[in-house]
Design a protein around this ligand. Structure first.
Ligand SMILES: O=P(O)(O)OC[C@@H](O)[C@@H](O)c1c[nH]c2ccccc12
Length: 381
């Protein structure tokens, strides 16, 4: 299974956004990175009836996708979940004309990742259908309480609890650590006082894996584990739980409200905690209207542009939003771009009870010391 995650077909999708260090090429993919062109196709023969039937199926698919796009647009979601199929053929006299897909190039890195993930998940689902995962989750180690693990150190120390990220690489930063031993890093984080760990499982863009998640889970680590994945399908929730995850990330920039509602319910059902990630006011307002969300992450990095600005955490917690969050007793996590004790103090002041940190601690020779440096003191006691 893991070889599939890192298999040739997926690793080889050419990407204009991906850091050169782990980029390969393959022409088998349906969505390419050709310069968007509007090509008029002119077939000289009229279509036989079977072709026309296929085309009307395509028309239906096109309509469904269009209406999905409309739902996304009304919620302010810019990310398209799949490459557009393009308009169906138009008949003009004895000729068939159609405009070739103009929009089948991802508009940004997040869109590219999501399109890849969709293909990847479809392949994985074929190999491991849901009913096999349902059996597997009964055998998985019982889930740990992610939110309780965050609240305890915050109540004890008054400092934000740390979710320390096991992260080898990212599309914006390239490889963060060459000598990457996920289990050693996880142990060092735990020793340094991390409350929970986040483990990147995306292979193509972050050089992570589910093997890492499983290995950390089986290495005697007691911190609850967040599976850091791009969830586009409920099947992935079951897969994450089967691999030992205690929590998963749901990205509001990718998932419409209905998916968030449905997925948070499934999470509850199978014992996973959902960390719902927002990046702007619109996403925050959408998520605050959804019942049952207990944990919200504010990402200081815009996943479409890679811009990092830690004042984003403050901005989204000001005024009525902050009030509503307190009323609902939601735990907020400040995510990304935190490097110094001043940064930690800044987001704490803004109202977060936990922080999610990768780069600044994973890059340190000794990540245990990296944590003490980040907080300006030893938080392990
Ligand atoms: O390495 P940083 O800047 O400390 O960031 C960690 C974490 O917040 C970041 O990896 C992250 C936040 N949300 C994500 C969604 C997908 C992938 C990665 C992320």
């Amino acid at each position: 299974m893991e070889s599939l995650m890192r298999g040739t077909s997926l690793n080889s999708i050419p990407s204009p956004f991906l850091n050169h260090t782990f980029r390969q090429h393959d022409s088998r993919f349906t969505f390419g990175f050709k310069s968007p062109s509007s090509t008029l196709i002119n077939n000289r023969r009229p279509s036989p009836p079977c072709l026309r039937a296929q085309q009307s199926e395509k028309t239906e698919e096109f309509k469904v996708r269009n209406s999905q796009d409309e739902v996304f647009a009304t919620q302010g979601i810019r990310i398209r979940r799949r490459p557009p199929t393009g308009p169906p053929l138009h008949y003009v006299g004895p000729f068939e004309f159609r405009l070739q897909n103009e929009g089948n190039t991802p508009r940004n890195i997040l869109e590219e990742i999501v399109w890849n993930k969709d293909t990847e998940v479809a392949q994985m689902k074929d190999k491991k259908p849901l009913y096999t995962l349902k059996k597997a989750i009964d055998l998985a180690p019982p889930p740990r309480d992610f939110i309780a693990a965050l609240k305890a150190p915050y109540l004890r120390t008054g400092m934000p609890a740390l979710i320390a990220e096991v992260k080898k690489a990212s599309p914006s930063r390239g490889v963060l650590r060459e000598d990457f031993d996920p289990v050693e890093i996880a142990k060092a984080y735990e020793k340094g006082g991390a409350a929970c760990l986040s483990v990147l499982t995306d292979a193509k863009y972050f050089q992570g894996s589910f093997e890492n998640l499983e290995a950390i889970r089986n290495a005697g680590i007691t911190c609850p584990l967040l599976c850091k994945e791009f969830i586009v399908d409920a099947w992935q929730l079951y897969y994450a739980r089967a691999k030992g995850a205690d929590a998963v990330l749901l990205i509001a920039a990718v998932l419409p409200d209905l998916d968030i509602k449905y997925m948070t319910k499934i999470c509850k059902l199978i014992g996973l905690t959902a960390l719902v990630e927002v990046h702007d006011e619109n996403e925050m307002d959408r998520i605050l209207k959804i019942d049952g969300v207990q944990l919200i992450g504010i990402n200081n990095r815009n996943l479409e542009t890679f811009e990092v600005d830690i004042s984003n955490t403050k901005k989204l917690l000001e005024g009525e939003r902050g009030e509503k969050i307190r009323q609902k007793d939601i735990v907020v996590v400040g995510e990304s771009g935190l490097f110094t004790p001043d940064d930690v103090a800044y987001v704490q002041e803004a109202g977060v009870k936990a922080i999610l940190v990768g780069e600044s601690i994973v890059k340190q020779k000794d990540p245990t010391k990296g944590i003490a440096e980040l907080f300006g003191k030893d938080i392990s006691a």
